[in-house]
Ligand binder design. Structure first.
Ligand code: SF4
Ligand code: MG
Length: 313
């Protein structure tokens, strides 16, 4: 609720503060148990920062994060450690998060050791179980990360996230680095695992196409702000914000009978260090009005479909 993350910009020889990059600027949303919330936006929109804030890998500048009625933002270190068993992350580049000198056994049992779960034998058994859950075999435990393909490494990243039996998984662009054919496999695997273990997902992506089939609801971010959020079907069929409309027009439609005009987003993405006044999208919006340049649109909720744009006020 009201989540903000400002990174200070310092400069000059005295390192004086010159201003803030508002990486996440007053973002609020909830995720229901068992559902998947997709969060979509271009790079630099604050979606990854939001994911890291939720886990308190970085500290919020302002706002509150609640997980099952417990406030993550005010937890002590030991409470936070306990809660982190329940919330795990899957990263875009599994290779970077897998220590190349550690065997898969060592990599997968690490979260259990950190949280003091199980003895050696139990850990070994859990590693074998989770390798099978993600479609690998127990003999893979003796191998090393470089012996696997990108898709297999992401399966290992997913197995690692599952080790502590989490309730919520925050997946930050988990398939962006993979070939399109492999993407579908990993998405299907994640969907199956969600059903099997009753997991809740926050699924971060830069492309509306990727999250379409996995998400129950989808939020769209632009320059640190959440500009639209709705049930998936509603968002894809009835996008309201001009930015969402433009993003969607770039997603190919499988049915060739449906014609859709491609809306081009003009201009470059402005720097998050110096976002436009008023509506941050006004420099690129085809429907820009006078008010958009000076007044920031507030979020309006129209039957569960929320949008921040002056066109709907
Ligand atoms: Fe475009 Fe104005 Fe809506 Fe922003 S508030 S998206 S500039 S119409
Ligand atoms: Mg990112």
């Amino acid at each position: 609720n009201g989540l903000k993350k400002y990174f200070p910009i310092t400069g000059g020889i005295f390192g004086r503060k010159k201003g803030d990059v508002k990486a996440v600027d007053d973002v609020s949303f909830y995720v229901k148990k068992g559902e998947t919330l997709g969060i979509v936006g271009e790079s630099g929109c604050g979606k990854s920062t939001t994911g890291r804030l939720l886990m308190r890998l970085i500290e919020a500048s302002d706002g509150r994060i609640l997980f099952e009625d417990k406030e993550i933002t005010s937890m002590s270190k030991s409470e936070l450690r306990k809660t982190r068993r329940d919330i795990q992350m899957v990263f875009q580049d599994p290779y970077a998060s897998l220590n190349p000198r550690h065997s898969i056994q060592q990599i997968l049992e690490e979260p259990l050791i950190v949280h003091g779960i199980g003895n050696k034998q139990e850990r070994k058994k859990r590693v074998q179980e989770m390798l099978e859950v993600v479609g690998l075999s127990s003999y893979h435990a003796r191998r090393y990360p470089h012996q696997f393909s990108g898709g297999q490494r992401q399966r290992i990243g997913i197995a690692k996230a599952l080790m502590t039996k989490p309730k919520l998984i925050i997946a930050d662009e988990p398939v962006s680095a993979l070939d399109v054919s492999i993407q579908a496999q990993v998405l299907n695997l994640m969907k199956d695992i969600q059903n099997e273990f009753q997991l809740t997902y926050i699924f971060i992506a830069h492309d509306l196409g990727v999250v379409r089939h996995i998400s129950d609801r989808v939020g769209v971010m632009y320059l640190g702000r959440l500009i639209e959020l709705a049930d998936s079907e509603e968002l894809y069929e009835n996008p309201m914000h001009p930015y969402t409309k433009a993003l969607l027009s770039a997603v190919p439609i499988p049915d060739p009978d449906i014609k859709r005009e491609t809306i081009l987003i003009e201009g470059e993405l402005p720097s998050p260090a110096n976002p436009p006044s008023g509506c941050a999208f006004h420099t690129r919006c085809s429907q820009v009005m006078d008010i958009c340049q000076s007044i920031r649109p507030v979020e309006r909720n129209l039957n569960g479909h929320s949008v921040a744009c002056h066109l709907y006020e």
